[in-house]
Write a protein that binds this ligand. Sequence first.
Ligand code: SF4
Length: 579
Amino acid sequence: MFGWTGTILNIDLSSRAAWREDLSVELLHAYLGGRGLGVRLMRGFHALDPFDPVMPLIFAVGPLCGTSAPTAARLTVVSRSPLTGTIYDCSAGGRFAWRLKGLGVDALRLSGRSETPVTLVVTAGGVEFVDVPELWGQTVPETVAALSGRGSVAAIGPAGENGVLFANIMMGEGNSVGRGGLGAVMGAKGLKAVVVNGDIPVAVADRERFDRARQDVMRLFRASPVIFGELGIAEYGTPALVDLMRQRRMAPTENFRHTVFEGSANYSGPAIRSAYQAKKDGCYGCPIQCKKSTPRGEHLPEYETVSHFGALNGIASLDVIVKSNTLCNELGMDTISAAATLSAWGEVRGRFPGGEEVQRLLVDTALRRGDGELLSLGSRRAARALGRPELSMEVKGLELPAYDPRGAYGMALAYCTSNRGGCHLRAYPISHEILRKPVATDRFSFSGKARIIAIAEDTNAAIDSLVACKFSFFGATLEEYAELLSAATGTEYTPQSLKEIGRRICLTERFYNCANGFDVKDDCLPARFFAEPGSSGEGVDIPPIDRGRFDEELQKYYRIRGLTPAGTFADPDFLLTQP
Ligand code: SF4
């Protein structure tokens, strides 16, 4: 088999048993790998409580992992989110993905619960269950330092151990499996870390064709101003967006009460570079290197993080923002949800947290003590408990990232149709509404957005299943990735066939969510966005979103997806019609 290995490694943490199983070629062709494969493997488990020991936690790579396909050294982790209750996946870059594939597997499916803290070490020699009572309670860097001699590490910090609902799984090189709390699912299994160390090479079907396709992708990357331009992400990282969002007057500020924050210049891309002598960094093997770190190798925050610890909490100090980011990474917590929860809580009490108070609250959140007990539940549960549910700025319980929907109506719709809650990356309409890629659309219009969002969701589901980085689309398209995939696997794929696979994945995710009670009532923005304007000025008007037009476009989206007006499936046997 080319591209894939055709094997899954199952590990039961309760009985400490491990066994390999074949994955059928039909299944791999129909779901590719990564997100798609993980979502398919969740069938039958999707209604379990996320903390049920039987709930699988799936680490899946794709057919391009282990090859030199640009941005494809990634994996996806899939399970059900304890924060949102939805099906959940998140991808992360790093050597871990290569070393997992190098064990001759396309996926690692973990289930069960260890009675005592354990670390899994998987090598060519087999699976070792290493008891690690001394690592329980340690931060992510301490855990990685203790284990990295044995291979690539994915670990949780105290937040995951303590069941913080937005706890991350952290890759040893600093990448996060973030947002939906899969770190807490790992913690509930008594699993502190997974170490993998395989080196079996991946066979490519047609090397010459593959190299040609790779050169095409690289040429398009080099020609892209968003990637390698003067102000592109390779130069300044995603904080290159700070000034742009300020200019577009759509930077969420003080819990989305405003959309311009005057202090944002302090944490723009150039400001970070000059304050920390930031140098290029990034995921293993990626030619873009959009991440940034200090000369001593400390990871610097990305756009969402600087904006949410900054504008969303009214904090202009870059030092406080960088320290908050570092602390979240050490404790194993999602920065977007942590900052947004602090912001909602700050508005409820009438004062946003600042300076050292932020750091104290982050530690308390990870340890679930004091105010941190409530904050560890995320903004929806915290705001409800405090009697102000309307101040939680989320969709399906997932805190909204740093693009105010009043400034980009496609983003407003995409937050709501996203199967994992308020996420910018399922469809990323910012690409055409703000960055004009591949073509510009009117950011203040809903016209045509339902169809564009559905297509983008399908496209992104396919790329998440290869697994490659969505930032590739700032330069290349599905066309070049279909060519890479065909050359790698020896099976012909086209952009259209990849979109159809993406559609199957999106609908399967939606079906799981509907089975768990999600419907049209959950596909909605917080009322603030329909009632309050953003910060108009400098010739840009940011009015509240027209609720009637939003609802109309959402219904259009349902029709395009073949759903009922309630956003559900007319056919209760939909899953049985899928491979
Ligand atoms: S573009 Fe950035 S996030 Fe994507 S793979 Fe490269 S370094 Fe990682």
